[in-house]
Design a protein around this ligand. Structure first.
Ligand SMILES: NCc1[nH]cc(CCC(=O)O)c1CC(=O)O
Length: 342
């Protein structure tokens, strides 16, 4: 809190906190939700400050601009030079490397982690593929997604069931992507349920994809609240927004991603869930998947480890992620991820 130490506590209370956000509808929605909670725990008004990121302005495919962190660095720059006091990110967009001079002050409770299908005519994936191949249409169902993780799992599922689908690389915000279905250009798109839910549009999902069909991205459905490392008073207040079971899960998922040595645009799915929940001492089960975007090869494995939520659970969670990564690499995971073509 630079230069504010001479003000009285009363004056300090009135200073609005500046919360940096991207300008997309989804970013604004989730920033607004966090702003409300931050205002509650700090007793201070919170003001949203719009920051334009490279990921918002670039027309290129994410795989071509590097994927990792394109949505994040402009917000982090604003934090580091003091234009904003805190930033809200989608956790799945955060690079796994810990940034210098910044703190992950809170990971609030996670939303629905699943991916959702938004298809024409209210159809599920199976129904859609059947409808497109029958009725004289005689063609594969065209399903839009810019994510190699989603492509790999969709194609593997379709191959196993003999469904005819074609994955079509797209990008853009939620509205743009759903627009491809409404215009008839595509038969369906796949989006994170959490994003739809935060926009009040979960009703447009025609199927929530089960984990047997699709594992989410590491950190999907969770938010990250960041502040400057020197802002220790704010960090202490923001800790009230932290949800330990969510943090444990995302730490394990991101440790897996980091140990596989790939970025957030890689075809990696991961989901950590608590099993045998009995008080704070429990176990964490981590499931991971990597594959080729064409779905011809998919490697899916899981590992379980102890978790004591009242203790040093971040070390336990990240150890579990590294353990599973080592096992997956021993089974040839690196070779699958090498084919990183969209
Ligand atoms: N990559 C963009 C992005 N980052 C976070 C979400 C959704 C919200 C979340 O997972 O928390 C989305 C959109 C999507 O994948 O459909």
């Amino acid at each position: 809190m630079n230069g504010q130490l001479s003000t009285t506590p009363g004056e300090l209370k009135q200073q609005p906190l500046k919360l940096g956000t991207r300008r997309s509808a989804l970013a604004m929605a989730q920033s607004g939700m966090v702003a409300e909670q931050v205002s509650k725990v700090t007793g201070r008004p919170v003001e949203l400050v719009e920051i334009t990121t490279y990921g918002d302005t670039s027309r290129e495919h994410l795989s071509q601009i590097g994927g990792t962190g394109v949505f994040v660095s402009a917000l982090r720059d604003a934090l580091l030079d003091g234009r904003i006091d805190l930033a809200v990110h989608s956790l799945k967009d955060l690079p796994t490397a810990a940034p210098e001079n910044l703190l992950l002050a809170a990971v609030p409770e996670r939303e629905d982690v699943r991916d959702a299908l938004v298809a024409r005519d209210g159809l599920t994936l199976d129904e859609l593929a059947e409808k497109c191949s029958a009725h004289g249409e005689d063609r594969p169902a065209r399903i839009g997604t810019g994510s190699s993780r989603r492509m790999a799992q969709l194609n593997a599922y379709a191959a196993a069931r003999g469904l005819a689908i074609e994955t079509v690389p797209i990008r853009g915000n939620v509205d743009t992507r759903i627009g491809y279905v409404r215009s008839g250009e595509l038969d369906a798109v796949v989006l994170a349920a959490a994003g739809l839910s935060r926009l009040g549009r979960l009703g447009e999902a025609t199927q929530l994809l089960g984990f047997d069909l699709m594992l989410p991205a590491p950190g999907q459905g969770a938010l990250a609240v960041e502040c400057a490392a020197h802002d220790t008073r704010l960090a202490a207040a923001l800790a009230a927004l932290d949800h330990a079971p969510t943090r444990a899960a995302v730490v394990a998922e991101r440790a897996l991603l980091a140990a596989l040595e790939v970025g957030c645009s890689a075809p990696v799915g991961a989901l950590a869930t608590r099993v045998g929940v009995q008080g704070p001492a429990t176990e964490l089960r981590l499931e991971g998947v990597v594959g080729t975007p064409d779905g011809t090869t998919l490697l899916q494995m899981s590992a379980t480890g102890p978790l004591s939520l009242d203790g040093s659970f971040e070390q336990q969670a990240s150890a579990l992620g590294r353990t599973l990564a080592a096992r997956m690499l021993a089974e040839g995971a690196a070779g699958l991820m090498g084919e990183r073509v969209l």
